[in-house]
Design a protein around this ligand. Sequence first.
Ligand code: GLY
Length: 349
Amino acid sequence: MEYNTIHVEASRSYDIHIGRGILNEIGSLIRPIVGDCRLAILTDSNVDELYGERLSGLFDAAGYAADKFVVPAGEESKCADNLLEFLNFLADCKLTRSDAVVAFGGGVVGDMAGLSAALYLRGVKYIQIPTTLLAAVDSSVGGKTAIDIPAGKNLVGAFYQPSLVCCDTALMDSLAPEVYRDGCAEVIKYGAILDKELFDALAQMPFDREKVVTRCVEIKRDVVQKDEFDNGLRGLLNFGHTFGHAIEKMSNFAVSHGSAVAKGMVVAARMAPLCGLQDVTGEIVALLQQYGFDLTCGYGADELYDAILSDKKRRGGNITVVLPKAIGNCVLVTLTVGELYTKLKEVLG
Ligand code: GLY
């Protein structure tokens, strides 16, 4: 079958395969990477119900023994208790250093499987099989792994690259419209930060999923290769996230990640002219509204500021935010927390 392959050169180099129906090839795709080994699948209850048997059948047919651990679907599952339970499960399955973990699901599963793989036996290989648009274009690529703790989202984690990413875009057919839309926020983000052509093309709905996922992954690959450990440039991928994470947290995750990022991108766009940059709020708002996002922030400057202060992106008394200079050209702007507060007041009142 035909599919696109993107190669990532990082602390661990790997391929990302993207194609409709590519899951059927999973056995032959992983064999050159993991050889004959035991697999431990981490998935969630929704994905398991829809595709669990199919994946187990594919591994079985390819001669792989695969044990499966299922967590309830939802962000609450990305917690320390489940991480520890899964690590115990890996030990119970007698996984060795030559075996591999498989993340089969969205960002929750991918992040937790990746962190487990980094920790178990001080590191085993893991394969990402993203099932949501959001995971396909963001969390399954680039090696950021984490769990949430009460103080904040993704506060405990590691940089640990997968050994392979297999992205079957057909799996996204079954996503609820609002879950698919969540991924669209990330796709729009890539256009806004680095690719005006992509941004403009997204006005044609529905977009060509394979083409767009491939382009987003290429953009992310290029950034990750230059700044794998998030010391500068990679921060651009956080457009909308500093404000979005704060909104997500304050809503107790009732506002989904994509919706929060959409709101966050608008806050950032409104802040840009206050930092001497061009005002592209209109274009960003128009595209996000076309995709059906509610762009009301829902929180005041004081609330947002307090939530942002506990974000891991803060360094000492400064915080770096990503602001649009033009569509397809975002920049990193470092503000003191005092400046951030003043600008938030101006944006949100
Ligand atoms: N999700 C942002 C990053 O991977 O750096």
